[in-house]
Design a protein around this ligand. Structure first.
Ligand code: RP5
Ligand code: MG
Ligand code: MG
Length: 281
């Protein structure tokens, strides 16, 4: 249940709806919780959006749970999820809210996250070492989310039919390079410069994301790729530029006290440990 903290606390995002309290020992669906009476909330803003499902029970909506459904994956990285009275059930447990809140899909909502890294360097180009443990300092790119103000990986939702690694790269370019505002020539130039860099992504995580938008019937899952600029000459030397739903962007040192949105810290630490062990090989 360390993966189920953000999505139990406080008000539901973009609403004044309070989550029904779910104590630690009541998260699991297998523990009985007779008093459990969560609010049913689906934001009106998502109805009719091209990226959102219709309501369950609407004639013509025949979701293929636990399957690839047309060009939308309804498969969970967490294994088969249950369907209870027609509604998919959060594989981790109770969240204190039913419905799908602000999420477009019932069941898993798939995202992809890029973890773009470089070594921190001194002015003379040498890799900077941590003054306490003498380990090299790894940095990654984070963006400030417009919706919550938290620093986060520059990830985003997988478009229907999109290759997962392509989502991670596209979102990095939109949120950390402001590609949506670039002209065609500028985009071509960027592709020249960084095309090869983004070909070599390393899958470092896939699973449930402890996101504040999660509900009992809809939740975030993500796959994360690490793109690493070992000598700092490509993306490591790029001037970052926040775009789309990011209002800030920066390189941050990966340290144990780093605080990031949702489960992003866990993902970043996986990358940190991997890169550090490679460094000494
Ligand atoms: C997180 O929300 C994912 O890990 C990803 O970073 C992000 C996707 O949602 P948006 O950034 O598109 O809101 O759960
Ligand atoms: Mg985005
Ligand atoms: Mg995003």
């Amino acid at each position: 249940i360390t993966t189920h903290i953000q999505c139990r606390g406080g008000l539901y995002p973009r609403s004044n709806i309070k989550r029904f309290p779910v104590p630690d020992d009541k998260v699991s669906w297998s523990s009985e919780y007779k008093e459990y009476q969560p609010h049913n909330h689906t934001a009106s803003s998502i109805h009719g959006q091209p990226w959102a499902d219709p309501n369950i029970g609407d004639p013509g909506f025949k979701p293929q749970w636990n399957k690839v459904d047309g060009n939308v994956s309804r498969i969970s990285y967490m294994g088969q999820y249950n369907i209870v009275n027609g509604y998919p059930q959060n594989p981790i447990g109770r969240t204190g809210i039913i419905g799908r809140g602000v999420l477009g899909r019932w069941g898993p909502n798939h995202a992809a996250d890029p973890v773009v890294t470089r070594w921190k360097r001194l002015e003379n180009g040498e890799v900077e070492k941590d003054q306490f443990n003498n380990k090299p300092i790894l940095q990654c790119v984070v963006v400030k989310r417009r919706d919550t103000g938290d620093w986060a990986l520059p990830g985003g939702m997988v478009d229907p039919g999109e290759k997962l690694s392509a989502t991670a790269i596209r979102e990095f370019q939109e949120e950390a390079m402001n590609s949506l505002e670039l002209g065609e020539d500028e985009k071509l130039a960027l592709n020249e410069r960084f095309g090869k860099f983004f070909q070599e992504g390393d899958e470092v995580f896939k699973g449930y994301i402890d996101d504040r938008r999660n509900t009992d019937n809809a939740w975030m899952e993500s796959i994360a790729y690490n793109f690493h600029d070992d000598n700092g000459s490509t993306v490591g030397a790029l001037k970052l530029n926040a775009g789309d739903d990011a209002v800030g962007v920066r390189w941050v040192d990966i340290t144990p006290d780093l605080q990031l949105y949702a489960s992003h810290k866990d993902i970043v630490m996986v990358v940190f440990n991997k890169r550090l062990s490679n460094f000494y090989q």
